[in-house]
Every structure is written in structure tokens, then in C-alpha cells.
Ligand binder design. Structure first.
Ligand code: UN1
Length: 509
């Protein structure tokens, strides 16, 4: 097999610099952290990191800006988000370039990520006129009860490499509309797209006359994130990443009675029933399992197939896998770009070794695809592995394109297998049987925060709330009423009579 042809790192460096320039970023080079590209696995340039003084400055500035922002009428706040959305539209290609350079996403998925940002801005602009509270019937005459929603404070956003821009935008667009200010600690692996997003928001703030400090960016390592997590000025920590990270963040924020919104690992499965439309299922499964090179938190990792159709489905899947174009994410023909790092590839190979040791059979893929010009790049053929049982390795999230296939005989057994993992993010069923579909969506069906029918586990729209249960962390971001996590509610009792009447018929004085 011939090696993968890739652009030179110099070309990628030039492309990134050009995109940054068009967005308006002047890169402050330094030696705090290295921007790198998984496309060739090489460094691009060194950047200045935010030290302790810079972090303190950002937190103080965002806290001060909150005092002004919280009393800015919500629809005015929406104007900032609207302007941000316009700038994101104008720079869609530039942002997609940076996402491909830094996260290795293929073109259509990088553009899709920017589209997701535009969409959440539209959503948040509407939201800025719809931060509704309820009016509640009082049990007392001449009284009214009301629920009021107020801005919460500084929101600390911690985001991961795999959706380096969209997850920031879900949090930031909603938080800003809600009257909060934001301090963002992105993944160390994606500083350039973060600089670009920060710059566009600063431009939007200047354009509409909003305070610049409604948003501050912190570039740095773990220590920077820890400061954010421990600082009592940060009212809400919204963290996306591994369950291991969430286990650290959650208790630390809780120890200071802060709020956290956790969006952690998934181990998403699809049930494929005997009545499934297999053409549709194969397409849905391949996109969900292989898209973003298996590095979405919503990636399909487990397939639970009815025994009667397992061989047929597996045959069709492995045939599709063998044809997957792996390579340069800038090449429009490519469907599978690089893994983020050689470490990610090691983790995938480690999982493959373990599952083989447990009796699993690798039916397709798994081999590294070398790129002669880029020995550090991590390209791999997505893998399908047939397993007899849901062993420990199957119950873990390996952040790579690795799909485990299991079979079932009864629908109840399929649901039990489906739910028998520690994570609970996304799920789906392929079936034409309405009873099965409805049972899967019911209280005794999938235990995930996202449950789909005849569509894969990944690629959610922003209009719904996004997040999951169990070790996924329980948080909800993005659409629906996820905004409530970014505000505080107050219950108001208003007496418009001239008598004091006490609730619960209490008499006093
Ligand atoms: C993530 O992987 O952290 O549903 C977010 C999806 C995307 C978001 C994924 N809209 O796959």
C-alpha cells in the first residue's frame, strides 16, 4: 500500500497564518506553548501562554465586566451575539482552515463545525428575547408569585480539541445572551482557532459597543485550568473533555459551592433491529463511527445487532470500511483525517491488543497508514471488531475510530447491553418497528441524554439540549432550555393587597 501524501508543514503554517491575519489576529510568538498540526504531526510555532498574573487579570476583568453586562438589557446583549454570528459567517472558510490545521478535521466537517457556531449564535439572539420566567398562582388573595431569571456571573469554559470552536460557541453565545461574562481555557492542542474566536468576539464587542472584557482567553496548560476551577469568582465551570478530567473538576468546583456543567466521555451505541433499512443503517453507522476519525464525544463505538442480520450487516460494513479514503484532511476526497496525536494511535492499538486478547476478532482496519513525509502523523484505518461480550475494554471510551460489534437475540437483552456501560451520552436504534422505536425512547429504553431513531449517534443539531447521564456528567449545553444553567432564578412573592396573609394558613400576631 502506498503512503499518504500530505502538504508540507510550511504550507500549513502559511495557511494558518493567512487565516489568522484575515481574522485580525496578530500572533504573539513565545515559548509558553506550541501550536501544532496533526496533519503532519509537527509544530507550527510557539506562542505566549497566560501566566498566573494574566489569569488573575482576566478573572478580575471578566468579574468587573459582569457588573455592567448583567444590567445591559438582554436584547441588547443579543446584538453582540448577532454581530459575532455575522463575523463567523464572514470568516467561515478561515475558521474551517484553522480547525483542519489544528484538529485535523476533514473540510466538510470543519465547515460544519463553523456552521454549528453560526447556528448557536442565531439561537442565542432569539433567546435574548425569550429568557422567560413563569407566573405562579398564589394560594393567598392579592398575591402573585413570579420566577425571575438573572445573570449568574463569570462562566469558565474549558473545552477539548475535538470541537475546538463549536463547544466554545455553545457556551459563549448562550452565556453572553444570559448576561454572563466568559473566561475560556481551550485545549492546549488548539490555541490558534481559540485566538481566532476570541478576536472575532472582541471585534463584535467593538462594533456594537459592548465591553471587551465580556470575554477573556487563557492559553496554557492544566495549571491555568485549575486556577479557573478553584476561583470563587467563577460562578459556573462548563467543562467538556474526558471523564477523568470531570472527576477532578466536579468535586473541586463543588467544594467551593460553585456550579459545574460537565460534558464528558461517551460510549455510544446503536441497536440494529431485524426490520432496519440496511442501506440507511450502513450509511448512518459509518458516518457516526468514522466521522472526525472517531474523535467526537458522540462517535458510535458499539453496535448491537440482531443475530439474524449480523453477518449481512457486518459484511456490508467491512466492505464500506475497506473503501474509506484515509489521508490529507484538506483533500476533498478524504473521509478520514489524522488522529490528534501518536498517543491517540497508541491508545487505539492498545485497545485493539486488549480486545484481541479477550477473544475479539478484528474484521477490518486497525493498521497505521504511514505518511512518508510525516513520520509523526497518526493516520489509521478505522477498525471494526466483533466481540462476544461487553468486556472491560468495550466498556471504556477509546477516542479513536474503533467500532465493537455485538449480537443480540431479544429486544430486552439489546437494551440491557446498551445501557450496561458507565457512560450515557448518545444512542440510536435502526428499526422500522414502531413499538421497538418507542420503547427505545421510553423511560425503560436508552438511558442516554441523546436517543435517536434511524440516524446515528453523532451530528446533533444545536436546537436540542446536548449532554448525557452517568459518567458523561449530567450537564446540558446548547439549545432547548440549557440556558437555565447559565442563570440563577429568584422566586418573588408580591403582595398587592393591604393585608398581610401568611402562607400555609399560619396565624401570627
Ligand atoms: C463533541 O464531540 O464534543 O453531535 C461535540 C455532534 C456535534 C457535537 C459533538 N454536534 O456530534
Amino acid at each position: 500500500m502506498t503512503g499518504i501524501a500530505l502538504p508540507a508543514t510550511d504550507e500549513l503554517r502559511t495557511r494558518a497564518r493567512a487565516a489568522l491575519e484575515r481574522v485580525g489576529v496578530t500572533v504573539a510568538e513565545g515559548n509558553g506553548l506550541r501550536a501544532r498540526t496533526p496533519v503532519t504531526g509537527e509544530d507550527l510555532f510557539g506562542l505566549a501562554a497566560t501566566g498566573p498574573a494574566g489569569t488573575e487579570d482576566a478573572l478580575a476583568a471578566a468579574s468587573a465586566a459582569f457588573l455592567e453586562w448583567r444590567t445591559t438589557p438582554a436584547p441588547r446583549r443579543g446584538e453582540l451575539v448577532r454581530r459575532l454570528g455575522e463575523l463567523l459567517r464572514d470568516h467561515k472558510e478561515d475558521l474551517a482552515d484553522l480547525i483542519t490545521v489544528e484538529a485535523g478535521k476533514i473540510r466538510t466537517e470543519a465547515l460544519g463545525e463553523v456552521q454549528e457556531m453560526v447556528d448557536i449564535c442565531d439561537f442565542a439572539v432569539g433567546l435574548s428575547r425569550q429568557l422567560y420566567g413563569r407566573t405562579i398562582a398564589s394560594e393567598r388573595p392579592g398575591h402573585r408569585l413570579a420566577e425571575t431569571w438573572h445573570p449568574l456571573g463569570v462562566v469558565g469554559v474549558i473545552s477539548a480539541f475535538n470541537f475546538p470552536a463549536a463547544v466554545w460557541s455553545w457556551n459563549t453565545a448562550v452565556a453572553l445572551a444570559c448576561g454572563d461574562t466568559v473566561v475560556w481555557k481551550p485545549s492546549e492542542l488548539t490555541p490558534l482557532i481559540s485566538l481566532a474566536c476570541d478576536r472575532l468576539l472582541a471585534r463584535a464587542a467593538d462594533d456594537v459597543g459592548a465591553p471587551r472584557d465580556v470575554h477573556r482567553l487563557l492559553l496554557g496548560d492544566h495549571a491555568v485550568g485549575e486556577r479557573l476551577v478553584d476561583d470563587p469568582r467563577v460562578a459556573l465551570v462548563s467543562a467538556t473533555g474526558s471523564t477523568r478530567m470531570g472527576r477532578e473538576v466536579g468535586p473541586r468546583v463543588a467544594a467551593r459551592f460553585g456550579r459545574s456543567l460537565l460534558e464528558l466521555g461517551g460510549n455510544n451505541a446503536a441497536v440494529v433491529a431485524p426490520s432496519a433499512d440496511l442501506d440507511l443503517a450502513v450509511q448512518g453507522i459509518v458516518f457516526a463511527a468514522v466521522g472526525t476519525a472517531g474523535q467526537r464525544c458522540t462517535t458510535l463505538r458499539r453496535l448491537i445487532v440482531h443475530r439474524d442480520i449480523a453477518d449481512t450487516l457486518v459484511g456490508r460494513l467491512t466492505a464500506a470500511y475497506r473503501k474509506l479514503p484515509v489521508g490529507d484532511p484538506f483533500d476533498p476526497a478524504t473521509l478520514v483525517g489524522p488522529l490528534i496525536s501518536a498517543r491517540a494511535l497508541e491508545a487505539m492499538h492498545g485497545a485493539l491488543d486488549r480486545v484481541r486478547g479477550e477473544g475479539g476478532e478484528v474484521l477490518a482496519g486497525g493498521a497505521r497508514r504511514p505518511a512518508p513525509s510525516a513520520p509523526h502523523a497518526a493516520y489509521v484505518e478505522p477498525a471494526v471488531v466483533r466481540v462476544a461480550r461487553q468486556t472491560d475494554v468495550v466498556r471504556e471510551e477509546t477516542f479513536a475510530p474503533l467500532l465493537y460489534v455485538m449480537t443480540y437475540d431479544t429486544f430486552d437483552a439489546a437494551i440491557a447491553l446498551h445501557n450496561d456501560v458507565p457512560q450515557g451520552l448518545s444512542s440510536s436504534i435502526f428499526t422500522r418497528d414502531q413499538q421497538e422505536a418507542e420503547r427505545f425512547l421510553s423511560a425503560e429504553g436508552s438511558d442516554c441524554g441523546i436517543a435517536n431513531v434511524n440516524i446515528g449517534t453523532s451530528g446533533a443539531e444545536i436546537g436540542g439540549a446536548f449532554g448525557g447521564e452517568k459518567e458523561t456528567g449530567g450537564g446540558r449545553e446548547s439549545g432547548s432550555d440549557a440556558w437555565r444553567a447559565y442563570m440563577r432564578s429568584a422566586t418573588n412573592t408580591i403582595n398587592y393587597s393591604s393585608r398581610l396573609s401568611l402562607a400555609q394558613n399560619v396565624s401570627f400576631l
